[in-house]
Ligand binder design. Structure first.
Ligand code: AMP
Length: 219
């Protein structure tokens, strides 16, 4: 089992980063730091940061780096992040990646590397449009691959299932374009430093999780 504890999950929307990051973080005993989740929490609780992020998120655009970076910097000062973190949806720009390296270095740490989950584009759209989450406990489902036992209700707490406001087809198309132009350059950024692991993101959640463990155990 890998002792790497500072890992970025990289890949397009719908690649399965969130599902795998949550599992890996639990296994490693470190927090799952999802900037998308942090932003959705701010939007849901109507903070000033949430009001600023909301318009960008609705369009499928990136929230400006300054806002994103101060939110992540604050999250990383929490005691639970001292032992590491699995980053999901962050960094999304080269400037964010540089800032992450700098913040970790300032605390005597370094990123172990980034895992790129590779999934073909047509599969991404199918994965995203079938996604549902519980409005109460945030558990995630997929109508085709991991449906709830009772339609529209959470298996865990019985809460209502919803879909994300930005998971409609038009916004998904925009998010994929933004990924290609703004986030994909991170592949070269991490590859140049020999900090990139590429892996096939197709298959069941368990199969991808097993593949991820193999990748992280490599020298
Ligand atoms: P996600 O849940 O990772 O798909 O993120 C949902 C939305 O939150 C994105 O489409 C962006 O609008 C915003 N977002 C999440 N993470 C970042 C980030 N690292 N930089 C800028 N915007 C982000």
């Amino acid at each position: 089992m890998s002792r790497r504890t500072r890992i970025v999950m990289l890949g397009p929307p719908g690649a399965g980063k969130g599902t795998q990051a949550a599992r890996l973080a639990t296994r490693l005993g470190v927090p799952h730091v999802s900037t998308g989740e942090l932003f959705r929490h701010h939007v849901g609780t109507d903070t000033a940061l949430g009001r600023e992020a909301d318009a960008y998120m609705r369009r499928g655009d990136l929230v400006p780096d300054g806002v994103t970076l101060s939110m992540v910097a604050e999250r990383l000062t929490a005691p639970d992040a001292a032992a590491g973190a699995v980053f999901d949806g962050f960094p999304r720009t080269v400037a964010q990646a540089i800032a992450l390296d700098q913040q970790l270095a300032a605390n005597g740490h370094a990123l172990d590397g980034a895992v790129l989950l590779e999934v073909p584009r047509d599969t991404l759209v199918a994965r995203i449009t079938g996604r549902r989450f519980c409005a109460q406990c945030q558990a995630t489902y997929h109508l085709e691959w991991s449906p709830p036992a009772v339609a529209d209700h959470c298996d865990r707490c019985g809460g209502d299932l919803r879909w994300r406001a930005d998971d409609d087809e038009a916004t998904v198309a925009r998010r994929l374009t933004v990924y290609e132009t703004e986030t994909f350059p991170l592949v070269a950024f991490y590859e140049t430093d020999h900090r990139l692991w590429r892996m096939d993101g197709l298959g069941s959640v368990d199969a991808v999780a097993a593949r991820l463990e193999e990748v992280l155990a490599r020298d």
